[in-house]
Ligand binder design. Structure first.
Ligand code: MTE
Ligand code: MOS
Length: 766
């Protein structure tokens, strides 16, 4: 741990969330709160069939509804009728003669004077679909007999080839093999998808909506309308949670609404119902994996071979990028000389999964950590000791052969979690409990993870961000970034960084809603990258401004600029000279000092070989270790998480309160994935389409105790050393809980969610 800079102001201190007040008082404006004169309401006509060819669209009954303005189909799309961030395999509106590939394919957009009229008309549009045999499983799709897309159902394959796995197995003393399945998880953000698209005073369109990635939305709307990027302006409204579910999806939602806005010439509002949202939008990918691991006599991992298949649903959407993270994280946080990983993306006639907190890694981390747990059990080695023996350190090489030179807090997180859990005593307590109880059994689950920060080698062209800072003559500050606030606390961290660098008070800083008209394309707000990218961009801009203030102060008092300090609303020197920030700015304004600045942060190019999957996968990595204590009811199979202990290497805790919030939230969301959340389908239609049937954890399920430890192994390029916490907060939990259950019941949990039904079945198996 190093502390390289003197912190003067707010970094590392307890502060109030900058967006707390408007959110708790109801002042905050979400997409559904936006109203415009002459606005039309939209509703989507969905295919509601899993596979087929669209033969005819029949409107006559729908058009009889009073207040219907128009029903728009593929013919009414002025630009290219094609969506998709990575692979252009998805029509915006399926044309007559085109293929239906899942229940949620959109065929038409209805615009009406009221939401009721729009919904009723959408229901009355009749579709004739010639049905094709559908494919609902990875196994069926792999046969490639019925093709969802030409030329194959398995279009994407990513791989790692490091060392020689066969040689590694030959040199191993023990070999372990198993299969795992991790199923869907729905993001379950509170606020469903929604946008308003309006023709604007710049002769283009302005989009207001709930989203993570304004620049993706801008691209998509321009493409669908066939207009230039400078004719589309995107402003993010307050966003009630995203969790990855608002990475690419809002681009589609905005495109449907844009078709209505274009054809009516009026503002068009499209707000999803919860049911349509769950039925048609992205989730966590189901992944089926096969693992084989070789270990030598001394307990060192020698060789790992992994095959993983991910269900991409009907369209590739973000899958190729998600798969990259699956690939890199599949072998876990360990130094293994021989690694072979193959990840395949498979089309099925189901909803297309996409981004979800962890982005393709929790599924394989569950698998690899289950293997590690089973190996430590079979070899009779303490699970933390076994991980300590094999984890990454400075000087280690990752599965992709990335040499780690700094900021590797993996060992520290393992040691700290062992300490905060009082590990040896906890083990004894659990043993004692199990001796005294036969219908309830307790188990301790351990997990350990690595997380590659930001987009990495697969998305390098997007790994840069901008910022704009303007200091007003009254001393208040406008900060604009390209990253979005979706509940994770980005605005607060950004305001803290600006306050720290400029010496102004936190409450004088306004971090505005992202607006593409103010900040250049800053990439997506995903991959836990905002603190690093937007944070550094803000620091760069703020430091330029500060230089001017320091210079001015030195001129006013005729002192040495080197002697000038700034903190919490004032500038001063060692001789007792002092000015408030506001007074200094007033001076600057009177002297025509430039009071605005832009910042741009980009990371150095990563070396990466696509053929071998070798190289620098990510700019840096975060690490975490977790212990959970679970209790399984042996009569019902129901699991309760009693206690949790978690240690996270975040580089530097900029906003400690926000960090704790992320870790608590991530833990509970990971717990939902591990135990309760289950998407059920009937011929490709999701039937668990609201929160009465799709069960997420509530306050009743949270553990009695969650102890949190923060490791600060600083990253030299991070703002004050910070890396990222948004996703790593969730990632260790599913594996830890699965391992806890396995140890409690004496049977290996091989699928998540580990619902009561599944656990009871395991218990009853001979
Ligand atoms: N926390 C809240 N409250 N709401 C969210 O939608 N999204 C998560 C995580 N934490 C999310 C959240 C996901 S998927 C990501 S990638 C990060 O926040 C993004 O924010 P960051 O870049 O600021 O870490
Ligand atoms: Mo987060 S899944 O990268 O939006």
């Amino acid at each position: 741990m190093r502390t390289t800079v003197k912190l003067r102001n707010v970094i590392g201190k307890k502060v109030k969330r900058v967006d707390a007040l408007p959110k708790v008082t109801g002042q905050a404006k979400f997409a559904a709160d936006m109203y415009f004169n002459r606005m039309v309401y939209c509703s989507l006509v969905l295919a509601r069939k899993p596979h087929g060819v669209l033969k005819e669209i029949e409107f006559s009954e729908a058009l009889k509804i009073p207040d219907v303005i128009g029903i728009y189909t593929a013919k009414d799309v002025p630009g290219e009728n094609q969506l998709g961030e990575v692979v252009k395999d998805m029509p915006c509106l399926v044309p007559v003669g085109g293929k239906i590939r899942y229940y949620g394919d959109v065929v038409a957009v209805v615009a009406a004077e009221s939401q009721e009229a729009a919904d009723e008309a959408a229901k009355r549009v009749k579709l004739s679909i010639e049905e094709l045999p559908p494919i609902f499983s990875i196994e069926e799709a792999l046969k490639d007999e019925i093709k969802i897309h030409e030329p194959t159902n398995v279009p994407i394959h990513k791989k790692i080839r490091k060392g020689d796995v066969e040689k590694g197995f030959a040199e191993s003393e023990f070999i372990f093999e198993d299969d795992f399945h991790a199923d869907y998880q729905e993001q379950a953000y509170l606020e469903p998808q929604g946008v308003v698209v309006l023709p604007d005073i710049d002769y283009g369109y302005t989009v207001y909506g709930t989203m993570q990635c304004p620049y993706y939305v801008q691209n998509s709307v321009a493409h669908i309308l066939g207009i230039d990027l400078n004719k589309v302006r995107v402003i993010q409204t307050e966003t009630g949670g995203g969790f990855g579910g608002k990475e690419d999806v809002p681009s589609y939602v905005a495109s449907y609404a844009a078709v209505a806005a274009y054809n009516t010439g009026r503002p068009a509002k499209l707000i999803y119902s919860r049911e349509v949202d769950i039925q048609t939008t992205s989730k966590r990918h189901p992944i089926t994996s096969h693992y084989k691991i070789g270990v030598d006599k001394s307990g060192k991992l020698k060789s790992i071979e992994i095959k993983a298949y991910m269900d991409m649903g009907a369209y590739a959407t973000l899958s190729p990028i998600v798969m990259f993270r699956t690939l890199v994280h599949a072998a876990g946080s360990y130094e293994i000389p021989n690694v072979k990983v193959d990840v395949y993306g498979v089309y099925t006639n189901k909803v297309p999964p996409g981004a979800f907190r962890g982005f393709g890694s929790p599924q394989v981390l569950f698998a690899v950590e289950s293997m590690i747990d089973e190996i430590s059990l079979k070899l009779g080695i303490d699970p933390i000791e076994f991980r300590l023996k094999n984890t990454l350190r400075v000087g280690s090489r990752t599965a992709t052969n990335h040499l780690l030179t700094e900021s590797v807090g993996a060992v520290q997180t393992l040691e700290n979690v062992r300490t905060i859990a009082d590990w040896e005593n906890l083990k004894k307590e659990v043993e004692e409990f199990n001796k005294q109880n036969s219908f309830k059994k307790r188990g301790l689950g351990v997990s350990h993870i690595i997380y590659g920060v930001s987009l990495g080698a697969a998305g390098q062209h997007l790994d840069a961000s901008g910022a704009h800072i303007q200091v007003n003559k009254d001393g208040t500050i406008d900060v604009r970034i390209g990253g979005t606030e979706m509940g994770q606390g980005a605005k607060t961290v950004i305001a803290m960084l600006a306050a720290e660098e400029l010496g102004q008070k936190l409450e004088k800083i306004n971090v505005h809603q992202p607006d593409t008209a103010f900040v250049p394309d800053s990439g997506p707000t995903v991959a836990s990258r905002t603190t690093l990218y937007s944070g550094n961009a803000v620091r760069i801009a703020a430091r330029e401004l500060r230089k001017r203030f320091v210079q001015l102060f030195a001129e006013i008092f005729d002192t040495d600029p080197e002697d000038v300090s700034w903190e919490n609303g004032r500038y001063f020197d060692s001789k007792g000279n002092e000015l408030s920030f506001d007074e200094l700015v007033e001076n600057a304004y009177m002297k025509n000092v430039k009071l605005n600045e832009t910042g741009w942060y980009e990371t150095p190019k990563l070396e990466w070989d696509h053929e071998t999957g070798q190289g620098e996968a990510y700019v840096t990595y975060s690490y975490a270790s977790q212990i959970v204590l679970v209790e399984v009811d042996m009569l019902t199979g129901l699991t309760r998480v009693v206690k949790g202990f978690t240690s996270h290497d975040v580089g530097k805790a900029l906003n400690p309160e926000g960090l704790i919030g992320q870790i608590q939230g991530g833990f509970v969301q990971g717990m939902g994935y591990a135990l309760y959340e289950q998407i059920k389908m009937d011929r490709g239609k999701i039937v668990t389409d609201n929160f009465n049937t799709y069960i997420i954890p509530t306050i009743h399920e949270i553990p009695e105790e969650l102890k949190i430890d923060i490791v600060e192994d600083e990253y030299s390029s991070g703002p004050y050393g910070a890396k990222g916490i948004g996703e790593p907060s969730l990632m260790p939990t599913p594996a830890a809980i699965a391992n806890g259950i396995s140890r409690a019941i004496g049977k290996r949990v091989k699928r998540i969610p580990a619902t009561a039904e599944y656990i009871l079945k395991l218990i009853k198996e001979a």
